[in-house]
Design a protein around this ligand. Structure first.
Ligand code: ADP
Ligand code: MG
Length: 451
């Protein structure tokens, strides 16, 4: 079976898949979906960017019976950003069952609105372990009707630190349920750990085919990492670059350094407020800030279209983190480049993680000093979103018809529950900002920020 239409799915689900651009199943989807529909527990392993989210989301959405008051499925993920992304994919997929309610639970936001959402009836809950435990201990989540548990990035979630939280959450679930673990990497002892959660699981593994490895990996040795980082950007000239470093402090230092050299930079680390994390990610993915400097917070699961280079400014501690970091490029069928920077100390670490990698001398780079990676757009944020019934079309209409912008100068529009973000070509951003600030959308006044 190769195509979704060969599965025995309702016609309106097939039509929705097709609208979303999904026709042919990826290998993990081909193998896992039939077992999941059958109700089996599985441990699934397939490379980064191979469509694991849809592999677990499709059978889930298929089974959900909306409006039952208590949630029927729980998805646990390691970060807020990944939880949001999974929830977004579930929302798109469940459009054909419009009553399906998906609730995200993660930290950095107040508990009580989340509790209210749960109370008014959630079908699928997606969240991070800490916040899920908060709701469990306050009694604001009823898990008695959970039929499916999904652990994404399962090896990370069962890794030291997270494992106890996961087991605590699991101990609050009904015994009789389906369990699904997904990741691109697993430690050797996964069966032992997994046996605490799953029953007679089926192991599904899609082996990496060396021939269709879409990520080219290179490394450069240097005694000046900052200089080499700039050389790499000015030599390879990416459209969108993601840079990883080891600490939160370093993400800030590197961002400042690159910003001072004239690059447009987003920073992502766990010290930022939740709203800042969201604004950074939106500006990175909408072409306003085409370079993002991040900690391993961004290493797992994030699916951002168009990242063509991942740079390891620091070499990660563990081989699996290397795999997940570089897996932020070459999503689906795309190609990508992963470049590691090492000094004489890092070199051994890199060699042990990636024995066959070609380490070149950074002096071989011939950068173009006139290349500066800058955003085509800047972003305006509006203090209204889905809750105020604001839609992309409303914002587009105001900008074009009332403010007089050309549609070609308007980029991505992201609408969250309470805010909207619109990317506007730099050349007309002032006009858009003044227009929105002084005018109205759908006859209502909104506050507007120029990020
Ligand atoms: P993984 O979890 O395996 O790292 P994702 O689930 O994030 O990968 O999917 C990577 C990308 O592939 C996403 O942008 C997703 O929309 C796309 N994708 C998934 N399944 C298909 C499919 N069957 N056909 C086309 N694109 C797909
Ligand atoms: Mg994933």
């Amino acid at each position: 079976m190769n195509y979704f239409k060969e599965l025995n799915l309702p016609q309106n689900l097939l039509e929705n898949l097709s609208l979303l651009g999904f026709e042919q199943m990826t290998p993990i989807q081909q193998k896992a979906i039939p077992y999941i529909i059958e109700g089996k527990d599985i441990i699934a392993k397939a490379k980064t960017g191979s469509g694991k989210t849809l592999a677990f989301s499709l059978p889930l959405v298929l089974k959900i019976e909306p409006k039952q008051k208590q949630p029927q499925a729980l998805i646990i993920a390691p970060t807020r950003e990944l939880s949001q992304q999974i929830a977004g994919e579930l929302k798109n997929l469940s459009r054909y069952k419009p009553d399906t309610k998906i609730v995200t639970l993660y930290g950095g936001e107040p508990l009580s609105p989340q509790a209210t959402s749960l109370e008014s009836g959630a079908d699928i809950v997606v969240g991070t372990p800490g916040r899920l435990l908060d709701h469990i201990s306050r009694g604001t989540i009823d898990l008695s009707n959970i039929k499916t548990l999904i652990v994404d990035e399962a090896d990370r979630m069962l890794d030291m630190g997270f494992d106890r939280d996961i087991l605590k959450i699991v101990s609050n679930l009904p015994q009789n349920r389906q369990n699904l673990l997904f990741s691109a990497t697993y430690p050797n002892n996964i069966e032992k750990l997994a046996s605490k959660i799953l029953k007679n699981p089926i192991n599904i593994e899609i082996k990496d085919d060396k021939k269709d490895n879409n990520i080219e990996e290179i490394a450069f040795q240097t005694n000046n990492k900052d200089r080499t980082l700039i050389d790499i950007i000015q030599f390879f000239q990416p459209n969108i670059a993601l840079i990883f470093c080891a600490t939160k402090v370093k993400t800030v230092e590197l961002s400042d350094m690159l910003h001072n050299k004239g690059f447009d930079i987003a920073t992502l680390n766990g010290d930022l407020e939740q709203y800042q994390r969201e604004e950074m990610l939106i500006q990175f993915s909408n072409g306003s800030l085409p370079i993002m400097v991040a900690t391993d917070l961004a290493a797992r699961g994030l699916d951002i279209n168009g990242i063509d280079i991942v740079i390891n400014y620091d070499i990660p501690m563990k081989p699996q983190e290397y795999i997940h970091r570089i897996g932020r490029t070459a999503r689906a069928e795309a190609k990508g480049l992963a470049i590691s920077i090492c000094d004489s100390y890092d070199k051994e670490k890199l060699k042990s993680i990636r024995p066959s990698i070609d380490i070149k001398d950074a002096k071989e780079l011939t950068p173009d000093r006139n290349f500066f990676l800058q955003g085509k757009y800047q972003t305006l944020s509006i203090d209204g979103g889905k809750k105020k019934k604001l839609r992309a079309g409303d914002i587009l209409g105001t900008l074009c018809k009332e403010i007089g912008l050309d549609a070609k100068d308007i980029g991505k529009i992201n609408i969250s529950d309470r805010y909207s973000f619109v990317a506007i070509d730099k050349s007309v951003i002032k006009k858009a900002y003044d227009g929105l600030k002084n005018g109205k959308i759908k006859k209502r006044k909104f506050r507007v920020w120029w990020l």
